[in-house]
Design a protein around this ligand. Structure first.
Ligand code: PEP
Length: 254
């Protein structure tokens, strides 16, 4: 069975003080309950990774992730952060291919595949994001579009490599827009993704892969989304900036 996972993506929000406070509040609320079967991954800005990893260490089922990494191992790449730097901070997850990186920083599938391979080489689990823009959805080409994104990236991995990747389907038009995809849209896409995985990697790897949904998940819609067949959790942006709301979303996994 696929691991249940909820990822917080803080994006470029919070300073050192508020990052500490948010993490403290979340861990405190979490300590009052018990849901260790759901992995909670806090993907926080680079400068706070070490501090938050320290705070979370020892809390079962809470992990820290980065929101990006370099596609190069090391060297003259001013401003970049390598996977070995992340690994040295005990970071065990990294978001790769978020639509904001693809759109605002022009990251293409070939570069994303390099990032995935590099992170796997350092035993860092990639949380690979993909999804269609609105004009593709309106032309009813969303399944072909997403299949091509997967073919250019994770479908090029071998079975062992792929078994370590978390997938996050995030329709671009639903991210930060307050417009969640309909339950039918989400279920249709998750089934299509699993069918593609089944052809490439076989039935068991397809059904054991965690496929998350992201795009305006909040404490009101999370339960319906997470109870859909084929949805193993969520990637949460805006709503993860409030500890209580984020925990409510985690608890919606049931
Ligand atoms: C995201 O950051 O990937 C995201 C889904 O953001 P939001 O939940 O704010 O739509």
């Amino acid at each position: 069975m696929a691991q249940k996972i909820v990822v917080a993506n803080w994006k470029m929000n919070n300073d050192e003080y508020s990052s500490k406070a948010l993490t403290y509040d979340f861990l405190k609320l979490l300590s009052q309950q018990n849901n260790t079967d759901i992995k909670k991954i806090l993907c926080v800005p680079f400068p706070f990774l070490g501090m938050i990893e320290n705070m979370c260490r020892g809390t079962e089922s809470v992990y820290v992730g980065a929101q990006n990494c370099s596609s190069h191992e090391s060297g003259a790449y001013t401003g970049e952060v390598s996977v070995s730097m992340l690994s040295s901070l005990r970071v065990t997850f990294v978001i790769i291919g978020h639509s904001e990186r693809r759109e605002l920083f022009n990251e293409k599938d070939d570069v994303l595949l390099e990032k995935i391979k590099l992170s796997l080489s350092q035993k860092i689990t990639p949380i690979f994001c993909f999804g269609e823009p609105l004009h593709i959805r309106e032309k009813n080409q969303h399944i072909e579009f997403v299949t091509a994104q997967l073919s250019n990236t994770v479908l090029k991995l071998n079975k062992e490599e792929f078994s370590k990747v978390i997938l996050a389907y995030e329709p671009i038009w639903a991210i930060g827009s307050g417009k969640t995809a309909s339950l039918e849209n989400i279920e249709e896409m998750h089934k299509a993704i699993r069918d593609v995985l089944k052809i490439k990697f076989g039935n068991s790897l397809s059904s054991n892969s965690s496929i998350l949904y992201g795009g305006s998940v909040n404490s009101t819609n999370a339960q319906d989304i997470f109870s859909l067949s084929g949805v193993d959790g969520g990637l949460v942006g805006g709503a993860s900036l409030d500890a209580k709301v984020f925990l409510e979303i985690v608890n919606s996994m049931g």
